[in-house]
Structure formats: C-alpha cells, structure tokens
Design a protein. Structure first.
Length: 365
C-alpha cells in the first residue's frame, strides 16, 4: 500500500522498532513487568503517530480487519473489568486493579502499533528484526553457558532452577531474561520466521541461523518450546520431501511430540517404593511380590493446575482480577488459558482465543 512517508521519521521508526524487539528480554531492576522495550515505546509510539494523517485511507481499505481488531480490543478491556462484580466498592476495585488495567491498555497500544508498522513498512521488516534479535539473544545464551562451564558465575544461565526431577542438575540457558520460558519463546518466534526470509541465495545461511537458534532453545530446557521447536524442524524436513504423505507425517509427528510432552511433564513413574506420591493422589499403582509398589504419580505441574482450577471456580465466570495475587500463593498453572480464566473469567478466555485466531482471520479477510 502506497503511503507518503518522511525519510527521517522512516528511519527513526525502523530503528525504534528493532530496538523494541531486541530489548523485550532486557528487564529493568530484575522486574518481570518492565523491560527496556517499555522505555523505547515511549519514543516509538509518538514517532509512529506522525504518520497518522497518511493512514486515513488505510483505515477505509482495511475496514474489515479493523472491525476484528476492535472486537478483540473491546473483549480484552471488558475481561479486565468483569472482576468488579466481586467488589462491593468500585473504588476499591479500581485501586486494586489500576496497574493491571494500565497494563491491558498498554498491550492494546502495542497491538495497534505493530499493526500500523506492518501496514507501513511491511511484515518483512518485522520478521528480519525478530530474527536478528533472536540471533543476538542466542549468542549471549551460548556465551553464558561457556562462561558457566569455565567456572565463571553469570546471570545468563540458571543452575538448579528446573522444576523437572530429570533436569534439576543441568544449567538452563536464560539470556538476559528473568523468565526462561519467555526467553525460549522469543527464540522460537525467530525460528518460526526464518522461512519467511529464506531465498535460494541465502538458504544455507538462514538454515545455519535456524539450527543455531534451535540449539539454544533446546539448551533452555523449556519443555513446551523444545516440543514446538522439534515440531518446526520436522515441518522443514517433511516439506523437503516431495510426497503426498508429508502432511500426514507432520500431523502425526506433532501429535506424538505433544503426547510425549504431556506425559513427561505431568506424570512420573516411581518404582519399588512404598511412599505416597508427593504431588497428589496416585494415578495408577502396581503391587510387586517383594511388598513394594510401583506407581504413576502426578507431577508438580498437575498440582499447580489443580490448585489454580479450584481457585478459578470460586470466581467463575467473571474472574478474580488482582484478588488472585493475594490468594493464589504464587502458584503457576503453566497454562495460559487456565491462568486467564482464573484472573479474567470466560471473557478473558474468549479474548485470548480471538488473539490466537487473528493470524488466520487476517489471511482470509
């Protein structure tokens, strides 16, 4: 789409966009709520608004897409307001949830900002920014791991922080992020976008970048990201096979990886023990001849999900809002939809589904 753009502001917005993507993982004061990207956004959004007069015609052409964006924004904001039903005093709700409401508005601004950047500069620039940013973060992750094995303590890896009984003795690559899963997720985005920038001339180079980033995803020991990363690699492999069976093989492989993930992270096999399961009731038990028992037990992740679900039911269907912070005892369900349901109820889940469907909707409207 043709837009009249000023060269100076073009370069400014491009640079700020890349810095925003790069700095997402750089947290301020080790606080998970703030990153250097938030500082960059203070300058990015006004610089983008200068282009607003040139976007009037875009709004007319993109009317159907803006309708879906408006639908998501409305649902998203409403999901942060529905917990007010459980407050007797509306002023108390505002005071308790002010920070969360501001966060919701900020996320809406981010969505609008990157949608406009996509319209003005194209998806290719955003994809390249994510890939280059992922490469930088992957490099620092490997650097941290090398320093760790050289006996130099550093914050780029985390040792002994795995909740899995099988991985507790392994260091996890975390880069500059305070959340290993967020770090792995950002790398996974870069990995997914690599095929969009692949040509016959740079194929080997882009595959090398993809392999490097994928290796770091594995070294993060983030369970969901490893499964997703392996699924992507299989996708690449089967796409290279000129066979009508490749699509079926991809679906089967992803299903198998999903089942392996679910089993390996949510149940453990305890052999030759008479002790009770640590994280809940025994799922299956087999008595042996020597008097001991082998059993399948739920893991920490199951316990967290059950705890979250029991809490969410107390505030169904509207969600608890910030009441959860004081009552849920820092539990983590490791499930975005369950967490969303506990905090923001049914409307929150609907808004998350709309967000997940946006990519598909934008391809057909």
């Amino acid at each position: 789409m043709s837009l009249i753009r000023h060269k100076y502001f073009d370069q400014t917005v491009r640079s700020l966009t890349f810095l925003f993507i790069l700095f997402i993982q750089f947290r301020i004061f080790t606080n998970e709520s703030f990153s250097l990207s938030d500082v960059v956004f203070i300058f990015l959004f006004p610089a983008l608004l200068i282009q607003l007069p040139n976007l009037i015609n875009v709004f007319k052409v993109e009317r159907s897409r803006f309708f879906f964006i408006g639908l998501f924004i409305t649902t998203w904001i409403v999901s942060y307001l529905t917990p007010a039903f459980y407050y007797q005093d509306i002023s108390e709700f505002i005071l308790d949830n002010a920070f969360m409401l501001l966060g919701a508005l900020y996320l809406v601004l981010l969505l609008v900002t990157f949608y406009l950047i996509n319209l003005i500069y194209g998806f290719q620039y955003i994809a390249k920014s994510f890939i280059f940013s992922g490469l930088i973060h992957a490099f620092f992750g490997i650097l941290g791991l090398l320093l760790f094995f050289a006996g130099i303590d550093n914050s780029l890896v985390c040792f002994g922080c795995s909740t899995s009984p099988y991985l507790v003795d392994f260091p996890r690559v975390s880069g500059f992020s305070v959340s290993i899963n967020a770090y792995a997720f950002s790398l996974l985005i870069s990995l997914i976008l690599i095929p969009t920038q692949m040509t016959n001339k740079n194929r080997k180079f882009m595959l090398s970048i993809g392999l490097f980033i994928f290796t770091v995803v594995i070294l993060s020991l983030s369970k969901v990201m490893i499964v997703a990363g392996l699924s992507i690699v299989l996708w690449f492999i089967f796409l290279r096979i000129k066979s009508s069976k490749s699509t079926i093989m991809i679906k089967i492989s992803v299903l198998v990886f999903g089942m392996v993930y679910a089993l390996s992270t949510h149940v453990t096999f305890e052999s030759n023990t008479s002790q009770k399961c640590i994280y809940g009731e025994t799922i299956y038990e087999l008595s042996l001849n020597d008097g001991t028992k082998s059993k399948i037990c739920p893991t920490f992740f199951v316990q967290q999900k059950v705890h979250y679900w029991d809490y969410a039911k107390l505030f169904a269907p509207w969600g608890s809002g910030m009441l959860a912070i004081n009552n849920i005892n820092n539990a983590n369900p490791h499930n975005t939809f369950l967490e969303r349901y506990a905090f923001h109820g049914v409307v929150g889940v609907i808004s998350l589904l709309l967000l997940d469907l946006f990519g598909f909707l934008f391809d057909i409207i």
